[in-house]
Design a protein around this ligand. Structure first.
Ligand code: G3P
Ligand code: CA
Length: 244
């Protein structure tokens, strides 16, 4: 599976569906994605839920952040109506719900730890426990921008592949990935070129860019030969690769 070109649907099929929700993930699979990228955070009472932003305002119109609310409180909020009235009432998913739904399917789950502003809150350990208890270590990749998380993932004996994520034009990104024994680097698409690919390959690292949003960028990455892409348009990528 991991040698097939990875089409990660970024927050699910987030162009047409409310991001990071079960309908967005189900639609991504229908569109031909063989991977799903999602973001996770901890609720006030310690549940791992799927949500991107640091604050709730954009998606739910509510004040505060995920960690200000219990799972029960968050389940009363609407995570779909902001996208379109037909998605009104879409609930926030827990990571456990997503794991249960994709277990055994030919789909890789790319779990991004969103804890930049809440470091050392135990998110790494909870995610590892959930993935291991579902016996899904081979179906999951954990990614993070946070170097403390990379250390903690190793400390807690994470059995999944790990991806080193970075912003902008980081100098020699492969050094960080190698230091933390990552299998992948996930760079922003604008910094990806043949030279980066060659160096990563020479170190045995796979490379899967994100922000691959346009048709031209998807085409460019396929032609360059990256190991996959993270895109909100999985259907486009599938069509370019396989003609359907
Ligand atoms: O997987 C990389 C990408 O998701 C990081 O950016 O802000 O969409 O989480 P963001
Ligand atoms: Ca993300």
């Amino acid at each position: 599976m991991k040698d097939v070109f990875l089409i990660y649907a970024h927050r699910g099929s987030s162009i047409n569906y409310p991001e990071n929700t079960l309908p967005a993930f189900a639609h991504a699979i229908k569109e031909g994605a063989n991977g799903i990228e999602l973001d996770v955070q901890l609720t006030k009472d310690g549940h791992v839920v799927v949500f991107h932003d640091w604050i709730l305002q954009r998606i739910t119109g509510q004040k505060g952040k995920i960690s200000d609310y219990t799972l029960t409180q968050l389940r009363k909020m609407d995570f779909g109506a902001w996208k379109h009235p037909r998605f009104a009432g879409t609930p926030i998913p827990t990571l456990e719900q997503v794991l249960t739904r994709i277990a055994g399917k030919n789909i890789i789950l790319n779990i991004e730890l969103k804890n930049f502003f809440a470091m050392k809150n135990g998110l790494e350990q909870k995610v590892i426990q959930l993935v291991h208890s579902h016996k899904m270590a081979r179906q999951v990749i954990i990614s993070t921008f946070n170097p403390f998380s990379l250390e903690l993932l190793r400390k807690h004996d994470c059995k999944t592949d790990i991806a080193f994520l970075y912003f902008g034009q980081l100098r020699e990104p492969w050094r960080y990935a190698l230091e933390y024994k990552c299998a992948y680097i996930h760079p922003p698409v604008r910094g990806v070129n043949a030279q980066l690919l060659e160096i990563c390959r020479s170190h045995g690292l796979k490379i899967v860019p994100y922000q691959v949003d346009t048709l031209a960028e998807i085409k460019q990455m396929i032609e360059l030969g990256t190991d996959g892409i993270i895109t909100p348009r999985p259907a486009l990528a599938h069509r370019l690769l396989y003609g359907t």
